[in-house]
Design a protein around this ligand. Structure first.
Ligand code: GLU
Length: 336
């Protein structure tokens, strides 16, 4: 690289996940988690020295865990670490967060709503462990670093990169247990591709996103408890009552499409709402926005737009840090 064209400086925050996992041998493609060995982020980067050709990389250790172990406490700490790293390293061009794929889309959306740094944040995972034959860990990591360091990535919110595809944190979901093309954006598709010769973008997210958001979780001990109530034929109010008894401040319904719950669940939801629990209605699978209809809906509920239940939960947790007023929370769901 010519001196007048320096490499971008990218901080890589390691959390663990399949991308960092060490299998028993190169054919350990599925049961590697049982081996209980994960690289710290600097060790992971050592496995793929090619990354030094695309960026000046700063490894930052956070965790080396499977992503089922990531939750609200880790999100608060992660956001604080991103800000601390930005403050201590002025001039960083971007961040990469290496992450397990199980909760990757949840962490990406949380960062998309709470990180206040003005450079790209790219969340990356892999479907095959770093040690596997034909692992996707190395190329996904390298491509995520390229995306984080690319000026074109600024202003798009938090991005997710796997399998040569760049997707928006708000919309991307994991859709397949084992396939490499597991991350998908239903209805809308990818933002762009990590081609060999350039980072090629085609679309921009329009919903409000990091760093320009109303939410700041730094300094918090935890986030308000929000649970997800799944709807299915014959479901009753048992789970909803239990969530209320456990202290839920909000409940997201993963309701039947196009957004309805059966009467037993509605009774439990209406009773919860009377106790001050905020209800947000989303749909249990598939895609699409909830339109305003009355039938099958709780008496008072926020509509979660087209967010899947897991992401509606994140936005409701953040909304409840500011207000319990359903009209105000509806505005947040219409904005983010
Ligand atoms: N796919 C898992 C994850 O999301 C990795 C396996 C594990 O260690 O739990 O992190």
């Amino acid at each position: 690289m010519a001196e007048n064209n320096p490499l971008p400086r990218v901080a890589v925050i390691g959390t663990g996940g399949t991308i960092s996992s060490v299998g028993r041998d190169s054919l350990d493609i599925a049961t590697y988690a049982d081996n209980k060995k994960k690289y710290q982020v600097d060790e992971l980067l050592e496995q793929f020295p090619e990354v030094a050709r695309v960026a000046d990389v700063l490894p930052v250790r956070f965790r080396a865990v499977g992503s089922p172990a990531i939750g609200p406490a880790e999100w608060i700490e992660m956001v604080e670490l991103i800000h601390k790293t930005a403050e201590e390293n002025p001039g960083l061009d971007g961040f990469v967060v290496t992450h397990g794929t199980a909760t990757l889309e949840e962490t990406a959306y949380m960062l998309n709503l709470t990180a206040k740094v003005d450079v790209p944040i790219v969340v990356v995972g892999a479907q095959r462990p770093a040690t596997a034959l034909s692992t996707d860990a190395g190329l996904n990591l390298l491509n995520a670093i390229r995306v984080a360091g690319a000026p074109e990535s600024r202003g798009l919110g938090v991005l997710v990169v796997l399998n040569d595809e760049i997707q928006a944190a708000r919309e991307v979901v994991k859709t397949s247990t084992m396939r490499l093309h597991t991350f998908r954006t239903p209805d809308f598709g990818v933002l762009g591709h990590t081609d060999a010769d350039k980072i090629a973008y085609y679309r921009k997210p329009v919903r409000r996103h990091s760093p320009d958001t109303e939410f700041d979780i730094r300094g918090r001990k935890d986030l308000p408890r929000v649970d997800i109530a799944f709807s299915y034929a014959g479901a009753d109010g048992t789970a909803i009552d239990a969530f209320v008894a456990a202290g839920a401040k909000g409940i997201v319904t993963a309701s039947m499409l196009p957004g309805s719950s059966n009467q037993a669940q509605l009774d439990a939801l209406n009773a919860a709402a009377k106790k001050g629990v905020v209800i947000a209605q989303s749909v249990r699978n598939g895609s699409g926005r909830l339109v305003k209809i009355r039938s099958g809906r709780p008496e008072v509920a926020v509509l979660a737009d087209n967010l899947p239940p897991t992401k509606a939960r994140i936005l409701l947790m953040l909304a409840l840090t500011k207000t319990a007023n359903t009209a105000d929370i509806q505005r947040l769901f219409d904005t983010y």
